[in-house]
Ligand binder design. Structure first.
Ligand code: XMP
Length: 562
């Protein structure tokens, strides 16, 4: 395996690409003294980088950029999304076989509009510009782009003007494609020919003899039914990729690289009961066995049977070292009387660090901290670094924790999407129930008991939540829904049970569909199911006399109520 080494600062993203296109355990981060999340010390180390193949997506800020990377990976080709100002040095390390220029909100003629870096054209590798990406190619190579007489949003029909391109292999003439653009290519750059057109775009697809393609529509969205074939044609037939990105290769390479990286060192992992930390633990356990210790903190804010279930799977079934810490008194004591959601999150985050550190210190010297960071988190934090956006909710993740501990990070899922993580979990033999678990927020039930938190309220919520989950699973809907849960509101209302007036809590049911939690829609649950859930809650959960169903999407709401 050819190797190069490269000098890097350790708190900058570093990764190794293996021959199968998979990524090795990544960032070295030396955590500074102080509160969790503070800036890390910077140290240097030689980081080996190995050859592989990939498609690199240059991001111009389209809402679909990450989707392009995902579609390419679905074709078994490793793909990364990088900002348009990323250096060639970093990109070279990925050994690209071709580039995709994403769409974006800008117009190529506005001041400071992002353009493709010079190395894209100098590399002589194939390029596929999508929407804005096509317009950037046009401008940079001497064509003209202008505001279209008519904007084109939604479905258009793509007509071929030339069928000889491998990009169109297996694609039907006059097939629907999804458009979303105001500007359009008016004049192609010298040397380009038109391959297809739509009613409003005379040049909907173009290419030149250097393997540079531009397409005005979005092949990455589901609304372009044959879009994935177009992306696959680009990767395989134009870039010559071999398609070596598979889950089993990922697992083999990850285990191998975790072994090399960790050596005889000790690793700790904070188990949350969620799929990401569970897959991380299982992967690392396969690699280094008992050198891994998992810490599972019961903060008193978990759902019914959560502690028992996690302990059963990891301790009994998988035979891992697990430290179960019952810290519920500490958390609930600090949360008493707190009603502000952000304060709740802060307290829970701080308390978690303390408990985690105490337990980790008992183990002695620990060299590595494992984290279940996923690719969208990496992309999101890279984007927020350059473009600070308003904090809507300060999500408490284990990420950035714990302070005062000098450990290196092991993040084997850092370059995976959630669906890939699930596939890894299944291939590792993890129970389906765990692999398909719906996301559960770090602050747990604390942000689902609206207002102040008491043990009594938590118990009411647990009982209601248990019924919701039970009915959703019985209806066979659990996997289709992104999240389903109950919320205990701080509203009390009047009811009548038997001949008596009641004054009880209002429980809200939330069930949403989503791809990635960035946007979500309320689930159209069958009325009968809602009726059953409501009926069971008011009958079985004492203290509750009314149930409502939340029918707001995100945005404008958020998934959680706090
Ligand atoms: P929102 O409510 O912002 O939630 O639409 C989006 C996703 O994030 C989860 N969530 C959290 N996860 N710590 C977490 O680890 C948090 O503080 C937190 N707040 C929300 C939420 O369950 C949903 O999946």
């Amino acid at each position: 395996m050819p190797k190069r080494t490269k000098k890097k600062e350790i708190n900058v993203d570093i990764h190794r690409v293996t021959t199968s296109g998979d990524i090795e355990v990544s960032t070295y981060l030396e955590i500074a003294q102080g509160v969790g999340g503070e800036k890390a010390d910077v140290i240097s180390e030689d980081v080996p980088i190995t050859e592989s193949e990939s498609i690199v997506v240059i991001d111009f800020g389209s809402q679909y950029s990450l989707l392009i990377a995902r579609r390419i990976r679905e074709c078994n080709v490793y793909c990364e999304l990088v900002s348009y100002d990323t250096s060639w040095e970093k990109i070279k390390a990925l050994n690209p076989k071709g580039f995709i220029l994403s769409g974006g909100p800008a117009s190529v003629y506005t001041k400071n509009a992002p353009l493709a870096p010079a190395y894209i054209y100098e590399s002589h590798l194939p390029v596929l510009g999508i929407c804005y990406g096509m317009q950037a190619i046009t401008k940079q190579l001497g064509g003209t782009v202008s505001p279209g007489a008519k904007q084109e949003y939604g479905y258009s029909i793509l007509h071929f003007s030339n069928t000889s391109s491998p990009l169109f292999d297996g694609i039907d003439d006059s097939s629907p494609v999804w458009m979303s653009h105001g500007d359009r290519v008016e004049e192609m750059p010298p040397g380009f020919t038109s391959l297809a057109y739509t009613e409003n775009s005379p040049y909907a697809v173009m290419n030149n003899n250097d393997g540079i393609y531009g397409i005005q529509f979005h092949p990455e969205v589901a609304h372009t039914p044959q879009g994935k074939t177009i992306l696959k044609n680009f990767a395989y037939k134009i870039c010559g990729c071999s398609g070596n990105w598979t889950i089993s290769n990922f697992i083999i390479d990850s285990i191998d690289s975790i072994k090399k990286r960790v050596g005889k060192g000790k690793v700790i992992n904070a188990l949350s009961g969620g799929v990401d930390s569970a897959v991380v633990a299982t992967l690392i356990h396969k690699a280094v066995g008992d050198q891994l210790t998992c810490i599972f903190v019961d903060n008193g804010l978990l759902r019914r049977e959560e502690v028992e279930r996690t302990s059963k799977v990891f301790k009994e079934n998988l035979g891992m070292n697990i430290i179960l810490v019952d810290a519920s008194d500490r958390f609930l004591y600090r949360l008493r009387g707190v009603t502000d959601p952000e304060k709740k999150r802060k307290i829970i985050g701080e308390e978690f660090i303390e408990v985690f550190e105490e337990e980790a210190n008992k183990i002695g010297t620990v060299d590595f901290l494992a984290q279940g960071t996923l690719y969208p988190d990496v992309i999101e934090s890279a984007a927020s670094g350059s473009n600070a956006s308003a904090v809507i909710k300060s999500h408490h993740n284990v990420g950035g924790l714990p302070a005062k501990m000098r450990m290196k990070l092991v993040e084997p899922l850092r370059y995976l999407f959630k669906d890939e993580v699930r596939k890894v979990g299944l291939q590792l033999g993890m129970p389906e129930e765990m692999v398909w678990r719906q996301p559960f927020p770090g602050p747990g039930l604390a942000i689902r008991v609206i207002g102040d938190i008491t043990r009594e309220k938590l118990e009411i919520l647990r009982s209601a939540d248990f019924i919701v989950m039970n009915e959703i699973k019985k209806a066979g809907l659990y996997r289709q829904l992104w999240q389903t849960f109950a919320v205990l509101t701080d509203v009390k209302s009047v009811g009548v049970m038997g001949d008596y007036r009641t004054y009880g809590y209002l429980v809200a049911i939330r069930a949403v569909t989503s791809e990635d939690a960035m946007t979500a829609d309320w689930a159209r649950l069958p009325y009968d199911l809602l009726a059953r859930i409501s009926n069971r809650i008011v009958n079985e959960v004492s203290g509750v006399n009314r149930v409502v169903y939340d029918i707001t999407s995100k945005p404008p709401s958020t998934i959680e109520w706090e």
